[in-house]
Design a protein around this ligand. Structure first.
Ligand SMILES: *Cc1c(COP(=O)(O)O)cnc(C)c1O
Length: 482
């Protein structure tokens, strides 16, 4: 047995490289990262998928490959196709970020692998995450005692907030088909997904009337709630958006909060995209109503430019969140509950989870807030600039003045179908690939979007986008006339 153990140990110890080996590995990875970042300005933002890469994935076997071999595969097949979210040319969907300091935070968090799920196990890690959540709460005007959780993203955060609301409003399974959720047709699809996952798929969904800027009309909410109560239905949840994904519309949260207060409804604000614009003086007032919500979702991997994997949910009533997620297990009896400092595991569907706070805390520490705020202010201005400049190009028409950093527009050809034309325009832009823009349907029309949120998007990118759009539209219009 001792011989066997010695043999196993020898092989198992390969999982623990010594300092020299670590240095060599770090050098290889760092060189790869530098090469990537140095080449980035010249790289396309979109490259169509190369299906042959799927067949070349190196097989996993008992024998190790070299780091060079592994990185070569990444370079040839993973970092190459699809949308490049690291590129400033990404102005489609809602762009992500990828600030470098966050990667260093992840690196450290992974090396020391502190357990951030339970206070007893990782008190320092849990406290750090709580302080970040409290900081976010203070940004939106939440009280000190509010709870929250760092999640993998906005979808999980929406699910968490909605489940907390379900518990707080004591929505019982037998009543679900009579309960009503009020939302906008502009609400992100992760809301309906969260309702379904939370067992609330049979709730009545009331899509409220919107104003000319795609915001919920508070009077429409008040009327709908009264009608539903008169019909013996059970209104319980209102979902507002602080920046819709489609057009960046901010619902009138303050006025909706009045109705929720009068009618005793849970107000969930999905600010996954727009929440961090609260750092900007120009948007503070617009977003001020978030302070009155019951639950709020914000995505640091959007508005704070972090790499994917960072969402956050804040819940005003800590007890509601605790009721929804706390759980006891015999094998956890040593992890004594601190009532004043609830563990993340008691406020979330997760137990073991990465120490997500470090990738957020380290960049905030070493850069300070100023560059984050400046970048967000810059995005608000760039969206206005794009909106102003694209309408000067003959043939282009624009949607409403951007409330945040999403502008909508389309080209209206002199003849032929405008929807079809704009679809072709998107195809042309994808073939070009220097920037990536996406489209949506608004009022049953095909429209293009410029969603400006990547920290690498600056004025030159916006000018380039307008240039590419102008050239492509002229080319397509010319073909149509022939
Ligand atoms: C992106 C987004 C979501 C979903 O967030 P993920 O982080 O992608 O899961 C939800 N709501 C809005 C408004 C969004 O923009």
């Amino acid at each position: 047995m001792l011989d066997e153990l010695a043999k196993l140990e020898e092989t198992a110890r390969r999982l623990e490289p010594d300092q020299k080996q670590r240095a060599a590995l770090n050098r290889g990875v760092e060189a790869y990262a530098n090469q990537f970042l140095n080449a980035l300005p010249g790289l396309k933002t979109y490259v169509a998928d190369d299906l042959s890469a799927a067949t070349q994935i190196p097989a996993i076997s008992d024998d190790p490959a070299s780091l060079e071999e592994a990185l070569a595969y990444l370079a040839s097949a993973v970092d190459k196709t699809g949308i490049n979210p690291a590129s400033g040319g990404h102005i489609g969907y809602i762009p992500g970020g990828g600030i470098y300091a966050a990667a260093l935070g992840d690196y450290l968090a992974d090396v020391f692998n502190r357990y951030a799920g339970v206070l007893f196990a990782g008190p320092g890690a849990v406290r750090l995450e709580k302080s970040l959540l409290r900081w976010m709460g203070s940004l939106i005007g939440f009280p000190e005692g509010a709870a929250g959780d760092l999640t993998s993203g906005g979808s999980m955060a929406n699910l968490t907030g909605i489940v907390a609301g379900r518990e707080a409003r004591e929505v019982r399974a037998v009543d679900i088909p009579r309960t009503v959720v009020y939302l906008s047709a502009q609400a992100h699809h992760s809301i309906e997904k969260a309702l379904r996952v939370a067992g609330l798929g049979e709730c009545v969904l009331r899509f409220l009337e919107l104003d000319e800027c795609y915001r919920i009309r508070p009077d429409a909410l008040a009327t709908a709630v009264e009608t539903d109560r008169a019909d013996a239905l059970i209104p319980w949840l209102v979902v507002a958006s602080a920046g819709t994904t489609d057009v960046g519309a901010v619902d009138p949260i303050d006025a909706l909060a009045d109705v929720c207060q009068q009618q005793d409804l849970w107000l969930h604000v999905d600010a996954a995209y727009g929440g961090f614009f609260v750092l900007c003086d120009a948007a503070k007032e617009l977003l001020g109503g978030m302070s009155r919500a019951d639950s709020v979702v914000m995505d640091p991997h959007k508005g704070l430019f972090l790499p994917y994997g960072s969402g956050a949910v804040l819940v005003r009533d800590q007890a509601a969140m605790h009721r929804a997620f706390a759980y006891q297990a015999h094998y956890m009896q040593d992890a004594i509950q601190d009532v004043a400092m609830m563990s993340p595991a008691d406020l979330s569907p997760e137990l073991s989870r990465p120490f997500r706070g470090l990738r957020l805390w380290l960049p905030l520490m070493i850069h300070g807030l100023a560059p984050f705020r400046a970048a967000l202010d810059e995005k608000l201005l760039l969206a206005k600039y794009f909106h102003q400049e694209i309408q000067k190009v003959p043939g282009f028409e624009v949607g409403p003045e951007p409330q945040l950093s999403v502008a909508t527009y389309r080209y209206v050809p002199k003849k032929g179908d405008a929807d079809q034309f704009n679809k072709l325009l998107i195809d042309e832009l994808q073939k070009d690939g220097r920037v990536f823009v996406s489209s949506t349907r608004v009022n049953d029309r095909f429209v293009l979007r410029a969603a400006i949120l990547n920290f690498r998007t600056h004025r030159d990118t916006v000018d380039l986008t307008i240039e590419i759009l102008t050239d492509a539209a002229l080319r397509l219009a010319g073909q149509g006339n022939r």
